[in-house]
Design a protein around this ligand. Structure first.
Ligand code: GLY
Length: 434
């Protein structure tokens, strides 16, 4: 049989997750040309050709024309926003594969009130919670609770819309910020107040075509800003893979009790989910409970995952649309991968930007280390910070300790004023909880 034709691939997204995907795609023998919308990211720009049209759902026809003119065979959509906006639906065409769910499937992440309802109807174990559209009613309900609660914006808030109040004042302030002051814009039109469950917080990611499920190796991220899981929630300050926080029994329980019933529940709504499904869970003595679903790879979980992927990522990315998940060869390195996120001063509330960064080349040259760009840009030949999660320093090692040591040695070579990072990523003193 002749080898499959090399593919033109379009990658949508501009963060460290997409840089990790771009690096894996660029290694594929099946790649012809990689185009990317996120080439203001210098890491992605080094691997992909730019897309000279606006990336705006209101002008999606421009991107459609670009895809037609450049015979794009595969589109990989990294972040949740374009998925929720319907890029996967709008860019679909004969002879073109899309990696990423439709807007109706991405609602699982983009509309947490809907998602909660779906879980309840399908008896999927999840934290008890209530949705509110009236801030006064939310205040009243929160004030009436005696046990600890979590307050969440129901829409997309870039990983920052989850607040863990320790006092009544903090809770009422969170409701005010989300619903009245609209700190997260329309994401705060609806708000969820749910019970705070104690236990270890873990993520399970799987790739699915809506029927078959390929559960990915366990990853553990660290959501709080500071060591020992203190400080505000962030998009994620680091991750490691494989994570020993999830054993085989728990992984299969998540598959049977959470992932399969969720895909079945979606199918009953006539929604076929294709892409990555990410379950954020708390491990309780009664079994895993869902905190939330995401409709894409985690950032930073994708960085250590891609570092460990040995087989061809293009096979994996084509599989959900082609229905070939059961047929493809997926191999992971025996090595451990650790990713340490370097963030800007002020992150997550108000990160500083425009700060010169040095030492990336030295760090990247280390054996087993890849420095992935999250929020950087080039200004007059100088690399500068351009947002909150600046760089994801990702290292492979023969043991977890080795990978950790390499990641931290590399992280220390990178200098910028106000650099913040956790020193306990992948250390067993870290016990992520809500
Ligand atoms: N690391 C958490 C997320 O991607 O939502």
């Amino acid at each position: 049989m002749p080898p499959p034709k090399p593919l033109n691939v379009l990658l949508i997204g501009a963060g460290a997750r997409e840089h990790a995907l771009a690096a894996a795609i660029a290694r594929s023998p099946r790649l012809n040309t990689l185009f990317a919308t996120g080439t203001t990211n210098p890491g992605i720009a080094a691997l992909a050709s730019p897309v000279p049209v606006p990336i705006d759902i209101k002008q999606i026809y421009r991107l459609q024309q670009f895809c037609d003119a450049n015979t794009i065979d595969l589109i990989v959509i990294g972040p949740e926003d374009p998925l929720a906006q319907g890029y996967a639906d709008a860019l679909a065409a004969p002879n073109r594969l899309i990696f990423g769910p439709s807007a109706s499937a991405a609602r699982l992440e983009a509309d947490k009130a809907w998602s909660k309802k779906l879980m309840r109807a399908a008896a999927i174990p999840t934290a008890e919670g209530r949705a509110f559209t009236d801030p006064d009613a939310a205040d009243e309900y929160f004030t009436s609770r005696t046990e600890a609660q979590v307050i969440k914006a129901a829409g997309l808030a870039k990983g920052k819309g989850v607040i863990l109040p320790d006092t009544l004042e903090q809770g009422l302030d969170a409701i005010d910020r989300i619903m009245r002051r609209r700190e997260f814009a329309d994401a705060g039109k609806t708000l969820i107040i749910e019970e705070r469950i104690n236990g270890r917080e873990v993520s399970v990611l799987a790739i699915t075509d809506g029927a078959s499920i390929l559960v990915l190796p366990p990853c553990q991220d660290h959501k709080r800003l500071r060591d020992n899981d203190e400080g505000p929630n962030t998009g994620g300050m680091g991750a490691f893979c494989p994570a020993d926080t999830l054993d085989d029994d728990t992984m299969s329980r998540v598959e049977t009790d959470v992932l399969i019933p969720t895909l079945d529940a979606l199918r009953r709504e006539e929604i076929i989910y294709k892409g990555v499904i990410y379950a954020g869970l708390i491990l309780t003595p009664a079994g895993p409970k869902v905190l939330e679903f995401n409709c894409r790879f985690g950032d930073p979980e994708c960085q250590p995952l891609m570092a460990r992927l040995e087989s061809d990522v293009i096979d994996l990315l084509c599989a959900p649309a082609q229905g070939t998940l059961d047929e493809i060869d997926v191999r992971w390195s025996d090595k451990h991968a650790v990713c340490v996120v370097l963030a800007s001063e002020g992150y997550p509330a108000k990160p500083t930007t425009g700060i010169p960064i040095d030492g990336v080349e030295d760090a990247d040259a280390m054996d087993g280390v890849t420095v992935l760009h999250g929020a950087t840009k080039m200004v007059g030949g100088q690399l500068v910070t351009d947002g909150g999660r600046v760089l994801s320093v990702t290292a492979l090692g023969g043991t977890l300790a080795d990978a950790r040591e390499r990641a931290y040695t590399a992280a220390d070579k990178i200098k910028f004023q106000g650099k913040i990072y956790r020193t306990d990523i992948a250390s067993h003193t870290a016990a992520p909880t809500t």
